[in-house]
Unconditional design. Structure first.
Length: 290
């Protein structure tokens, strides 16, 4: 990839484009944007995975979502993947990753609203702060030695979940089903940027925090992942083509509403922030569809 960090933005001249932000660390992104001091080296092209370098440096006027549903063929999600969280639940670590999927229209911007459809309103809405792995080129039966070369980069993400449709027998049946209650449009915010393995390697030591209305709900480090980025790319590509643009949500730590003694589910107007060291934050407000 011709970039180390990737953003999509509107320049001060009104052009929508991709670029590599001129920052030293991920936490500088929004700080410099707010001061109107964020610049980027513009990249040529419309496909985030097929861009070419330019020597043009432009000022970023407004950040846009880094990926659109058209960029993402599928979202592959991993459940029960933080060791401490598994222990807290009194469960045994699974021998292999446990996967479910979200469709591409679930992808939404890092700062857009989470639009809750009528079928999921006034039920058990939950957050799941997660490290996302973005696949940069198509592959199959990928080895651990080559896995990082298939990863375009990493991003902050939120696996928004409606628990009644996931677990309540009156909605999900006798066997919990993962996908329906997690697959509504806008239920996979991601961004604001993608950061390359050339900076983060396998992303195995990043602090992750989730806030609801400013209150810390989740706090962990990706070194606690049972199956890291390399293992997941290898496993998910065995016998199945892992397509360019696929987003892998790597699982969430403890601290979700589902695990609380007295659950306080997300409601309309609540703001959820998922912040990962070096990757920036997804900040999304819950809005009921009318």
């Amino acid at each position: 990839m011709p970039w180390t960090r990737l953003i999509r933005f509107v320049s001060n001249s009104g052009i929508t484009t991709f670029g590599d932000p001129c920052i030293e660390k991920g936490e500088d992104l929004l700080r410099l944007l707010d001061k109107k001091e964020l610049y980027a080296r513009r990249l040529e092209g419309n496909d985030p995975f097929e861009l070419t370098s330019t020597n043009e440096k432009v000022r970023v006027e407004r950040l846009l979502g880094i990926l659109t549903p058209e960029d993402v063929p599928i979202i592959k999600c991993i459940g029960l993947n933080y060791v401490k969280h598994i222990t807290e639940l009194g469960r045994k670590p699974p021998p292999y990753p446990s996967m479910f999927m979200k469709p591409s229209p679930a992808i939404s911007d890092f700062n857009s609203d989470i639009i809750v459809p009528s079928i999921a309103q006034h039920k058990n809405l939950d957050y799941e702060g997660e490290l996302a792995v973005v696949i940069g080129k198509t592959g199959k039966n990928i080895t651990s030695e080559k896995a990082l070369s298939y990863i375009a980069g990493y991003a902050s993400s939120n696996d928004v979940s409606e628990r009644k449709w996931q677990r309540d027998p009156l909605y999900a049946g006798s066997v919990p089903q993962w996908s329906f209650g997690k697959s509504f449009d806008t239920f996979a915010p991601i961004g604001p940027m993608i950061v390359s393995p050339s900076i983060l390697g396998a992303a195995g030591n990043l602090d992750l925090r989730t806030f609801v209305n400013g209150q810390l709900r989740q706090g962990t480090n990706t070194k606690d992942l049972l199956f890291g980025a390399v293992e997941l790319v290898c496993f998910l590509s065995q016998g199945s083509t892992l397509q360019k643009g696929t987003v892998i949500m790597t699982g969430t730590p403890g601290g979700v509403v589902l695990g609380m003694e007295k659950p306080v589910w997300l409601g309309e107007g609540d703001v959820v922030e998922v912040s990962i060291e070096g990757l920036g934050s997804c900040v999304n407000r819950v809005v009921y569809e009318r």
